[in-house]
Design a protein around this ligand. Structure first.
Ligand SMILES: [Zn+2]
Length: 262
C-alpha cells in the first residue's frame, strides 16, 4: 500500500507539472501539447532534466539555468499539491472507479483555481465538461448515485444562480460570476447533493474572512473583486476527503431528525 501510494504521488507530480502548462497556456488560447516549454525571459527551451517536477526547481534554486531569472515557486507548489492530493485520494479510496473519478476531479479543480486566481475566469471547457463527465460517471459507476449527482447539479447551480439573481435585482450589479455557478454545479455532479450545503458554508466563511482582510488593506475596499472559485474548490476537496460525515454533520445541525433516525 505504501509503495502504491508513493507511485500515485509521483504520478500526481507529473499531472501537476502538466497542470502548470494548462494553467499558463489555456487562458491565452495556446496549445497545451506543443511546443515544449521555454523560459519566458530568455526564450531558451527547457531541457527535460530541468523540467522534473519539484526537484528541478530545487536544484536550480528557483532560477532559469541560462539567464538566471527567477522561476515562480508556484510551479513546484502546484506539482506538490497535485501529488499530495492524488496520494490522499488513493490512500482513502483505494483502487476503485471512485478514485479514478476523484483524481480527474481534483486535477481539474486545482487547474481552474489557479486560472481563476490569475484571470478571474473559470473556463467552461472545465466546468461544463465537469458537469457532463460527473453525471456520466454517476450513471456508470455503481459506487455512486445518479439521483444524488443530478440533485447536486440542480442544487449547486440553482442556489448560486438564485443568489446572483437576487443580487442583481437588489444591488443592480453582478455579485457572483456565472463561472462560480457552473463550478458548484460540477461539484454537485461529482460529490452529490449532500456536499452542496457544506461547500457553500465552508467557502463563504473562509472567503469572507480572507476577503474582509484583503479589503481592509486595499484602497478599493469591499468593491475589490476576489475570485471565489478557489474557495469553492478547496471546500469541495475537503468534503471529498472528509466524506459524507461532514455533509451529514452539517445537515444534522439544521434537521436533527434526519440523521437521528439511523
Ligand atoms: Zn531564462
Amino acid at each position: 500500500m505504501w509503495v502504491e501510494t508513493a507511485l500515485v504521488f509521483l504520478f500526481g507530480l507529473l499531472w501537476g507539472s502538466f497542470g502548470n502548462v494548462v494553467i499558463h497556456r489555456l487562458p491565452l488560447g495556446l496549445s497545451v501539447v506543443r511546443p515544449r516549454s521555454r523560459c519566458p525571459e530568455c526564450e531558451k527551451m527547457i531541457g527535460w532534466y530541468d523540467n522534473i517536477p519539484v526537484l528541478s526547481w530545487v536544484f536550480l534554486r528557483g532560477r532559469c539555468r541560462s539567464c538566471k531569472s527567477p522561476i515562480s515557486a508556484r510551479y513546484p507548489f502546484v506539482e506538490l499539491l497535485t501529488g499530495l492530493m492524488f496520494a490522499a485520494i488513493y490512500a482513502r479510496f483505494g483502487f476503485t472507479w471512485l478514485t479514478l473519478e476523484y483524481l480527474i476531479f481534483a486535477w481539474g479543480l486545482i487547474v481552474v483555481s489557479f486560472i481563476d486566481l490569475d484571470h478571474m475566469i473559470l473556463p467552461d471547457v472545465f466546468t461544463l465538461s465537469g458537469v457532463v463527465i460527473g453525471l456520466l460517471g454517476a450513471a456508470l459507476n455503481p459506487e455512486r448515485s445518479f439521483l444524488s449527482a443530478l440533485t447536486g447539479v440542480l442544487m449547486g447551480g440553482g442556489f448560486l444562480w438564485l443568489i446572483a439573481y437576487l443580487y442583481l435585482v437588489f444591488r443592480k450589479e453582478e455579485g457572483m460570476g456565472g463561472g462560480d455557478i457552473k463550478l458548484l454545479a460540477w461539484i454537485g455532479a461529482v460529490l452529490g447533493w449532500t456536499s452542496v450545503p457544506f461547500v457553500i458554508l465552508a467557502s463563504s466563511v473562509v472567503g469572507s474572512v480572507v476577503g474582509l482582510t484583503l479589503a481592509a488593506r486595499s484602497k478599493a475596499g469591499l468593491k475589490s473583486v476576489i475570485p471565489f472559485g478557489p474557495y469553492l474548490a478547496a471546500a469541495a476537496l475537503l468534503y471529498m476527503l472528509g466524506g459524507d460525515s461532514l455533509g451529514l454533520w452539517y445537515i444534522g445541525l439544521f434537521l436533527p431528525a434526519s440523521t437521528s433516525v439511523n
